[in-house]
Design a protein around this ligand. Structure first.
Ligand code: GLA
Length: 395
């Protein structure tokens, strides 16, 4: 049964027969090619939207209730809340993400008086760092926006969803995930300047190469608190630099300028964090140029440098991600490999020669399993479009 049939059946079971009224929405997951932990430092990122994502089947109600059910958390049953009384509840688990989005629309002054019945279902592995949370936020945002004909742009939906995550959930994430999910484009990566939100699409379809996501299957622990800790370390580095130079964000500095002023940062750990951010921003801009010129070997070298900087300076990789990337670097079919997303577990992103794909998966997987005792999962990633309502033909 395909996803749409599963949603339709579950909707019928949970909320009754509203077949005629149902509308369907989709928001992808994302993978970042390069540019990690630069977004909240005013830098560049280079992510793409995946063909994997979160689907929602939705019907409007005539009262102010919202009822939600997820096929991915079917043990949790139906979660319910009132539009006039939206509060974060620990026991609501996953449902806090869509709730936060409803909350942001209302906070922004948009009138939502009638609620919805919604069934969600998705194929993004949870907790793998492929942004299943931003994906459920955006599928909800598009649903509200389309149904009420608010005409809010996708860029603004991304900002609303980011604010939901920052303020309602309490994770201080940057804009990369929500933006790439809202504005993804088939077969293209997005170079986004996170300071100005200017962006450009860059074609990513390389003859004979595959984009492979490898999941460490290591549960991400303490990721949210460590993420927030990294943000404050960057802020502290910025404050020290501001004692002598006029600076809005760390990423305004080139690597050379940073080297010249690094001594201003008092704490050694904060200095390392800032060095990662500044050099990563430069690597990202270089990688986009190399991609335009088809210089794939050079991109591979930048991906490796990115991983090592995230390991040594930013310290967000850990044994499993390091082992998986190192195993990939050994394989002759690998063009590039690095951790992707926030880190602390999750996935690596790999560019692999298609002809050697099977042997890449076999050999990388077996080295990883031997060293960690964990079996990795591999997905060949398709780059898809952004968050949207599905057309009649698609459902
Ligand atoms: C998470 C956050 C993003 C970004 C990445 C690291 O995915 O949600 O905003 O900071 O980590 O690059």
């Amino acid at each position: 049964m395909d996803m749409i049939d599963m949603l339709r059946t579950a909707f019928h079971q949970q909320f009754g027969d509203k077949e005629e009224e149902l509308r369907y929405f989709f928001a992808p997951g994302r993978v970042n090619l390069i540019g990690e932990h630069t977004d909240y430092n005013g830098g560049h990122v280079f992510p793409c939207a995946l063909t994997l994502g979160t689907y929602a089947a939705c019907a409007k109600r005539s009262d102010g209730r919202v009822r939600m059910y997820s096929l991915n958390f079917d043990g949790d049953g139906v979660k319910e809340f009132d539009l006039f009384e939206i509060a974060y509840l620990e026991s609501d688990g996953w449902a806090n993400y869509p709730k936060g989005v409803f909350h942001q629309f209302i906070e922004a002054g948009m009138k939502i008086e009638e609620g919805f019945d919604i069934v969600y279902g998705g194929n993004i592995p949870n907790g793998a760092g492929l942004s299943s949370s931003a994906s459920i936020e955006l599928v909800t945002a598009v649903c509200i926006n389309e149904w009420h004909s608010f005409g809010v742009s996708n860029a603004r939906l991304a900002l609303l969803s980011q604010r939901a995550e920052n303020e309602f959930i309490g994770v201080n994430c940057g804009i990369m995930d929500q933006f790439s999910i809202a504005l993804g484009k088939e077969d293209h990566a997005i170079l986004l300047n996170c300071d100005t939100l200017d962006f450009q699409y860059s074609p990513f379809r390389q003859e004979g190469l595959a984009l492979v996501i490898a999941n460490t299957n290591k549960k991400r622990t303490l990721a949210d608190s460590k993420y927030n800790e990294r943000r404050s370390e960057c802020q502290s580095a910025l404050n020290d630099l501001r004692e002598e130079i006029d600076l809005a964000h760390l990423c305004e500095l080139t690597a050379d300028e940073f080297a010249e002023h690094a001594h201003l940062i008092q704490d050694e750990t904060c200095r390392k964090r800032a060095r990662h951010v500044v050099t990563e921003n430069e690597r990202t801009i270089k990688a986009v140029k190399f991609l335009k010129d088809d210089k794939m070997e050079e991109i591979g070298a930048l991906m490796k440098a990115s991983h090592l900087s995230l390991k040594n300076d930013y310290e967000v990789t850990g044994f499993e991600l390091d082992t998986l990337a190192e195993a990939a670097w050994l394989h002759p079919g690998t063009i590039g490999s690095r951790m992707t997303g926030a880190g602390f577990g999750g996935c690596t992103i790999n560019i692999v020669k298609e002809k050697q794909l099977a042997s890449f998966i076999k050999e990388t997987g077996s080295i990883y399993q031997e060293k960690t005792g964990i079996q990795a999962s591999f997905y060949t990633a398709g780059i898809g479009g952004g968050a949207r309502e599905l057309t009649k033909e698609e459902v």
